[in-house]
Design a protein around this ligand. Structure first.
Ligand code: TPP
Ligand code: MG
Length: 559
């Protein structure tokens, strides 16, 4: 049998990882890749409304499946995807970004083509796209087999996006050499350690744990990226060490676990006692490298002395000034499962579960009545997708019921992410429901992918919070700016207008409306779209003190 073409081989080799969908928008330079995807029996082409949405959808898919494929065309397509891929880099997701480029027969002759600046220059967009990736390759028939192995290896090792460009003529040529059949991602060892560094790090960490009286674990989302959620659970269960999660890391561990303390977010922890337990611990085991970003630390109000924290990063371990490098996170976790001592104290010193229910049936809905009801509707197996905006503050501090996980984009924070990301999550989540909570302003950026959701007959449950404004911006600055008002829309009419069949679509204004709709959802087996009216007056500015804490615009006192 003749060798497959580069395009055929590339998409098949990536699907060997267990990826079964490709998110993208077609384009002429990418036709050979698009065609190869279409005929590949293990891949489904998922047509998104635009490349940015496709990148967000790939991001959501990779959060559950471990990796994803994004396919765009030269320049106009890839540059539209850039913000989304950069977000995946920030959130450490291996997205394979495939881009079809003009053929070498064109570029060698410097013929001026469409999607260029008209200057006969071709490589100038590659540097831009590659900036969102940890590894890049331009495939030729001669290098394709080796380059694809290198790119896959590196993207999985670093858990970051990869950029793969294929000129159109090369894409249709057979690969030279012996094609390789790959392994599913779960079977691949992502990083390996240098034995002496690993032994040293493990010994140092275990000794510190043995000497500790009241340690606490802070697990980071990076563990999920490396497929280590189950191992984390095994370690926590076996060691019985209490753990708290920071907002960015919510969803990495089941919040129904008896060792769960709550959300650690400095002075904005929930419940507040979580802060005291974390900051009162004599040892904090940071598993995965917690990112001390403003919104992940209660505006940098975390107070953890460096001698109390041990940080186990993806491939290095730090204990004060002692640093071990070339130590794989997975190897450390395996070692800890085997050697860490078991703690016997009572783990959770306080009880907190459901938010109190408030409001009468005829009352208008507000945040205090909405979130307790969302909390009660969640059930094991659900994945909650949280958009950037006022909802993220309410949802981050809310305890998730047993077996519910969640995804958010707390670090990159690009509004509009959640709607397509939930599309991607839904495409990967064959077990449970996918529930998304988004503000109206964010939703307006990417709601055109509701049409794609209808087309592929997925069944998300979407809550759109209609307050008519960029509410969080009012909270962070002041009220009344014209630029924070958003175009009014009848959101609940969108699914129908965009061709979604059998969707439950409602606008709810009172608690009675909301409760009736939530009751229907209990037995409803189709997609649902609920426009929740929220009074804009709720978005009151934070006190200036807090705003200054975040932006530091004031000149500090001289002494
Ligand atoms: C792509 C992008 N553009 C602009 C912003 C700035 N921004 C952050 S939150 C926000 C408003 C979100 O409003 P909405 O989705 O309506 O939620 P609300 O806060 O009103 O609940 C904006 C404009 C951003 N984070 N990302
Ligand atoms: Mg809003």
């Amino acid at each position: 049998m003749p060798n497959p073409t580069i395009a055929e081989y590339l998409v098949k080799r990536l699907s060997d990882l267990g990826i079964d969908k490709v998110f993208g928008v077609p384009g002429d330079y990418a036709f050979p890749i698009d065609d190869a995807i279409e005929v590949c029996p293990t891949l489904q082409w998922v047509a998104c409304a635009n490349e940015l949405n496709a990148a967000y959808a790939a991001d959501g898919y990779a959060r559950l499946k471990g990796a994803a494929i994004l396919s765009t065309t030269y320049a106009v397509g890839e540059l539209s995807a850039l913000n989304g891929v950069m977000g995946s880099k920030a959130h450490r997701l291996p997205i394979f970004h495939l881009v079809g480029a003009p053929s070498r027969r064109i570029t060698h002759q410097r013929l001026i083509t469409h999607h260029t600046l008209g200057d006969g220059s071709y490589g100038n967009f590659e540097d831009l796209s590659a900036a969102a990736c940890c590894v890049r390759a331009l495939l030729t028939p001669d290098n394709a087999i080796e380059e694809i192995e290198r790119v896959i290896r590196e993207a999985l090792r670093q858990s970051e996006p990869a950029y793969i460009v294929v000129p159109m003529d090369y894409a249709k040529m057979p690969v030279v050499g012996a094609p390789i059949i790959g392994q599913p991602i779960q079977n691949i060892k992502r990083q390996s350690s240098v034995a002496i560094e690993l032994q040293g790090a493990l010994h140092a960490v275990v000794s510190r744990l043995k000497a500790a009286k009241n340690p606490v674990i802070l697990p980071s989302a990076l563990l999920a990226r490396y497929g280590l959620k189950n191992k984390l659970n095994e370690f926590v269960t076996k060691s019985n060490i209490p753990f708290a999660v920071a907002p960015m890391d919510k969803g990495v561990m089941d919040e129904g676990h008896p060792c769960f303390l709550g959300l650690y977010n400095g002075d904005r922890s929930s419940p507040l006692q979580t802060r005291d337990v974390v900051q009162g611990a004599d040892l904090i085991l940071d598993l995965g490298g917690i990112i001390l970003e403003d919104l992940n630390t209660g505006l940098w109000s975390d107070v953890i002395p460096s001698d109390k924290i041990i940080s186990i990063h993806d491939n290095w371990v730090q204990l004060g000034t002692k640093l071990f490098s070339s130590v794989a996170l997975e190897d450390m976790l395996n070692g800890l499962i085997e050697h860490a001592p078991r703690f016997n104290g009572k783990t959770s010193a306080f009880k907190f579960d459901q938010l109190p229910l408030s409001g009468q049936p005829s009352d208008k809905i507000g945040s205090t009545s909405l979130y307790p009801r969302i909390q009660r509707m969640l059930r094991s197996g659900d994945v909650l997708v949280i958009e950037t905006g006022t909802c993220m503050f309410h949802l981050a501090s809310m305890r998730l019921p047993d077996g519910v996980s969640c995804e958010s984009q707390t670090l990159w924070g690009s509004i509009g992410w959640a709607t397509p990301a939930a599309f991607g999550v839904c495409m990967a989540n064959t077990q449970g429901r996918t529930i998304i909570v988004t503000g109206d302003g964010s939703h307006q950026l990417t709601l055109n992918d509701i049409a794609a959701m209808g087309r592929y007959k997925i069944k998300p449950i979407i809550f759109v919070l209609n307050n008519g404004i960029y509410g969080i911006e009012d909270v962070l600055s002041e009220r009344g700016h014209e630029y924070d008002n958003i175009a009014p829309a009848n959101y609940h009419l969108i699914p129908k207008a965009l061709g979604c069949i059998d969707w439950l679509s409602k606008r709810v204004e009172t608690i009675k409306d909301l409760e009736e709709t939530l009751e229907t959802l209990k037995t409803h087996d189709q997609a649902a779209y609920i426009e929740v009216m929220i009074p804009e007056i709720e978005s009151q500015p934070f006190p200036e003190e807090i705003i200054n804490q975040l932006y530091k615009f004031r000149t500090p006192h001289a002494n």
